[in-house]
Design a protein around this ligand. Structure first.
Ligand SMILES: [Zn+2]
Length: 294
């Protein structure tokens, strides 16, 4: 009996979720959010959404190639090693397979929170992450707009996440799909009913919360770093609810206006100019009600 259970556990955890599920959920979520962004925009657009979306998707395509060439071969091998040698925190906890996957997703989400803070605070990492923040509008396509150099630089961190957390093939693929849906959602320019978002943001990262992270005001950028679940921001007291969306200017604190706009400018940015502060570091008192999403 023990042998049969162990065998079932191995077959379940060894198999990643099918790639088509990633594609169907990713495209379905993206298409649904594009439609909602037209029906219920949260912030006013500064640029033609169609042109912007195409530019963001072009950069996303380059990043997808970089991920396939660099991250995927590494994580494919490492998740197999983690599974066969039972390495990492969740393997040592001795949980049932489904709890093990859930715990791995939560820990991968938390360690991505740490990586996100590092991409802002370590100067050479900010040079690549800045391209994501230089978008003057924030929408579902911003979620995919990452410089390919950021994808390559994140490979050692991803490898460490897999090994330390103990993420096998199933756990890593579940986290990747959940992360894709979550980033599309919280970058989207969709006005959720305010009462719903005030409840939702206690558990998940939401569009209004992440809008504050994409403000040009530096101390607002230094908040709301979470990806799927919002508890890491509550834990580290970096949650910020009090800036109303109409008061936010979307952009990077280190980019002047439209200085980084065309696709060649986006690709070249990390290699040509050291990021310097261009915006304000604080606006003093937030214009909104304290501790309430608005
Ligand atoms: Zn960021």
């Amino acid at each position: 009996m023990l042998y049969a259970d162990a065998g079932r556990r191995v077959t379940v955890l060894w198999r990643p979720l099918p790639a088509w599920l990633n594609v169907v959920l990713g495209l379905g979520t993206f298409a649904g959010l594009l439609w909602l962004e037209r029906q219920r925009p949260l912030r006013r657009w500064t640029e033609n959404p169609r042109r912007r979306n195409l530019r963001n998707l072009a950069l996303a395509a380059l990043s997808a190639i970089a991920i396939q060439l660099t991250e995927r071969p590494v994580t494919q091998r490492l998740t197999a090693v983690v599974e066969s040698r039972r390495l990492g925190v969740v393997k040592w906890l001795g949980l049932s397979p489904w709890f093990e996957v859930a715990a791995a997703v939560v820990l991968l989400d938390y360690t991505l929170f740490v990586w996100h803070v590092l991409t802002h605070k370590v100067p050479f990492l900010w040079r690549v992450h800045e391209v994501h923040h230089a978008d003057r509008d924030l929408s579902a396509s911003t979620a995919l707009r990452f410089h390919f150099a950021e994808m390559v630089l994140s490979v050692p961190w991803r490898a460490a996440q897999v090994v330390c957390v103990g993420a096998g093939p199933l756990a890593l693929s579940a986290w990747q799909i959940a992360t894709l849906v979550a980033i599309l959602f919280h970058h989207s320019n969709v006005a959720l009913p305010i009462a719903l978002e005030r409840r939702l943001c206690r558990v998940l990262m939401t569009p209004r919360l992440h809008g504050i992270h994409h403000s040009v005001v530096e101390d607002e950028t230094d908040s709301n770093w979470s990806t799927i679940f919002s508890w890491p921001d509550y834990l580290h007291r970096t949650i910020r609810l009090d800036v109303p969306q109409h008061a936010i200017q979307i952009g990077a604190p280190t980019v002047h206006g439209d200085a980084v706009r065309t696709l060649p400018e986006l690709i070249a940015r990390p290699f040509v100019a050291a990021a310097r502060r261009a915006g304000v570091s604080t606006r003093g008192h937030a214009p909104g009600a304290r501790n309430l999403v608005a």
